[in-house]
Design a protein around this ligand. Structure first.
Ligand SMILES: [Zn+2]
Length: 423
C-alpha cells in the first residue's frame, strides 16, 4: 500500500513539473545556429538560422543550469516579465581554438548551435562568454518571436533510426544519440555492431555501470559516400557524411568535425541530450567538449576507454588530468583563477571542488608517492601543465587508460550530472 501511495505521489509531482514546463514551452526544440568568429582575444556571435526541431530530449524540471560549467552559457528570458526560463552552460571548438598558435595569426569562424525548449511566447536569448578572469559576460542578445514564419522546420530525414535502448521517458533520461561517420551503405550493419560495442563498453565502467538504466541510446544510420576518416597529414580525404578529421588543431589524435550543421541536422531526428559521433576508423583518436559533442574512433583497441574518457568531457564537463603529453594549446587555463572543471583545481577556491571527499589526514597538496596512490587527494599536475594545476588522484580515466577507473571526484561529478538529467 505504502509503495502505491509513494508511486502516486511521484506521479502527481511529475504532473505538476510537466504542467509548469507545458505552461511556457511546447514539447519540441528551438535550434539557434550562429557563427562564432574571432581570434585569440576577440570574438563575435552572429545569428545564422532558427530551426524548429520535432523533439525536446531534455529535462522538463531542471530548466535552469546549476553547475556553472563551460566557457559559454545560453540564457533565455521571458520577453514580457524578463524572468529567466532556461539556461545551459557549454563549451565549443572555437573556445579551444582561441588557445592555439593559429589564433594569434588569423581570424576564423565556426558554426555553433544552442538548443532550447520551444517557447510559447516571445523570449530574449542571450549568449555569455567567460572573460580571461572567468567572469561570464553577455556577448549577444536577440528577441525571438516563436510565431515568426522565419523559423524554418527541420529537414525531414529519410534516415533510419536504430533504437539500442529506450526504456525511460526522454524527460527523465540521459538521451545519447550516436551518429556514425565514415560508414558506407554497405557498412551500416557494421555501424550497428559498433553501437552495440559502444553500449557494452560505456556501461562496463563505473559509475555508468550502476546507472545504465537511466540512459537511452539511439543510433542514426547515416550513409557516407566513402569509408573511414579524414587524415590530412597522409592526404586521406574520404567523402564522409560528417567530415570527421584527425589532426584537429594539428594534433594527430584529436579527431573532430567542423561540420556542426550536419551533426545537428542528424542529431535532431531523435530526442537527445548528448551527441556521440562514432568514426569508422582503427586509428587512435577522438575528442569531447562539454555539452557540444563527443567523438571516438570505433575500431581502435582502446575504443572502450576513449568512449568513456571523451564522454567525461562532453557530458560531465571533466577536464583532462594529464600534463605529460603534447597538445596544441598555449595557456589553456588561467592559473590565477579556479577553473570551472569539477576535477581540476588551482587551489584558488578549493572549497568549491572535491575537498569534502578528502580524508582528514590527507595532506594538501598530496605527494604523488606510493602511500597515496589509491587516495583521493590534491596532486600537482593536470590540465596540460605540470605546475600550478592539481588533480584529484594519482591516476584516473581522465589521465591515463592504465587503471580503467574514474577517480572519486570524477565519479561523483558524473553522478551529480546524471541526477540533474534524470531526477
Ligand atoms: Zn578524475
Amino acid at each position: 500500500m505504502k509503495k502505491y501511495l509513494f508511486l502516486l505521489l511521484v506521479m502527481l509531482n511529475l504532473n505538476t513539473v510537466h504542467a509548469q514546463f507545458d505552461s511556457i514551452f511546447v514539447d519540441k526544440s528551438l535550434r539557434f545556429d550562429y557563427t562564432h568568429a574571432g581570434n585569440f582575444e576577440t570574438e563575435y556571435f552572429a545569428l545564422d538560422a532558427l530551426i524548429e526541431e520535432p523533439f525536446w530530449g531534455g529535462s522538463k524540471k531542471n530548466l535552469i543550469d546549476t553547475f556553472d560549467y563551460g566557457e559559454y552559457c545560453v540564457k533565455v528570458f521571458d520577453a514580457g516579465s524578463k524572468e529567466i526560463i532556461y539556461s545551459r552552460g557549454y563549451s565549443s571548438l572555437f573556445g579551444e581554438w582561441q588557445t592555439t598558435g593559429e589564433a594569434k595569426l588569423l581570424v576564423r569562424s565556426f558554426s555553433e548551435t544552442v538548443i532550447i525548449p520551444f517557447p510559447k511566447k516571445p523570449v530574449i536569448l542571450s549568449l555569455f562568454s567567460r572573460s580571461h578572469d572567468g567572469v561570464p559576460e553577455e556577448k549577444f542578445s536577440c528577441n525571438i518571436d516563436p510565431s515568426s514564419y522565419f523559423i524554418r522546420p527541420a529537414k525531414a530525414g529519410k534516415i533510419s533510426i536504430f533504437d539500442i535502448k529506450t526504456d525511460v521517458p526522454s524527460a527523465n533520461a540521459v538521451d545519447i544519440v550516436i551518429l556514425g561517420d565514415g560508414y558506407t551503405t554497405a557498412e551500416l550493419g557494421d555501424f550497428i555492431a559498433d553501437c552495440q560495442y559502444f553500449n557494452e563498453k560505456m556501461f562496463a565502467f563505473e559509475p555508468f555501470k550502476t546507472q545504465q538504466h537511466k540512459f537511452n541510446l539511439r543510433a542514426v544510420m547515416i550513409p557516407s559516400e566513402e569509408s573511414g576518416a579524414i587524415i590530412p597529414a597522409t592526404d586521406e580525404w574520404p567523402a564522409t557524411a560528417l567530415s570527421s578529421s584527425y589532426y584537429t588543431f594539428d594534433s594527430e589524435r584529436y579527431c573532430m568535425t567542423y561540420d556542426n550543421k550536419s551533426v545537428r541536422d542528424y542529431a535532431g531526428l531523435v530526442p537527445y541530450d548528448q551527441i556521440y559521433i562514432l568514426v569508422n576508423s582503427t586509428k587512435y583518436g577522438g575528442g569531447g567538449i562539454y555539452n557540444f559533442y563527443s567523438l571516438s574512433a570505433s575500431k581502435n583497441k582502446l575504443s572502450g576507454e576513449i568512449i568513456v574518457h571523451e564522454f567525461g568531457h562532453g557530458f560531465a564537463g571533466l577536464g583532462d588530468e594529464y600534463f605529460d603529453s603534447s597538445t596544441s594549446y598555449d595557456d589553456f587555463y588561467n592559473l590565477k583563477i579556479e577553473p570551472w572543471e569539477p576535477n581540476l583545481t588551482t587551489l584558488v577556491d578549493f572549497d568549491k571542488k572535491w575537498k569534502h571527499l578528502l580524508g582528514s589526514k590527507t595532506p594538501v597538496p598530496t605527494p604523488d608517492i606510493i602511500d597515496f596512490q589509491e587516495t583521493i587527494g590534491v596532486f600537482e599536475g593536470g590540465g596540460y601543465v605540470a605546475k600550478g594545476m592539481y588533480r584529484p588522484a594519482h591516476d584516473c580515466l581522465m589521465h591515463t587508460f592504465k587503471g580503467h577507473v574514474f577517480c572519486g571526484a570524477c565519479e561523483a561529478s558524473i553522478i551529480r550530472m546524471i541526477d540533474f538529467y534524470t531526477q
